[in-house]
Design a protein. Sequence first.
Length: 92
Amino acid sequence: MIRRWATAAAATVMVFVCAALLHAQQTTGEFVPVPKGELGQETLPATPLVFIAYAFVWVAMIVYVFTLMRRIGRVEHELGDLRSKLRADKRG
């Protein structure tokens, strides 16, 4: 189950990286003058990469927390089994 989540997360990250690389390749390195009166907002070419980095960190954190929750649940279940066995041994 965890491997499926990790594979899905890795595939998602790869899609975002490929999209960012394609976007970066489409821009030309040449100077293009802006016509008067059409000055707009300045765009940063690294914005998609920053978005991908933040998305990757969030996905990794969510996967990590999810796996910790599952492991803690298993440990609590095993502790419950041990407690019941200890109570049964004390009685018998």
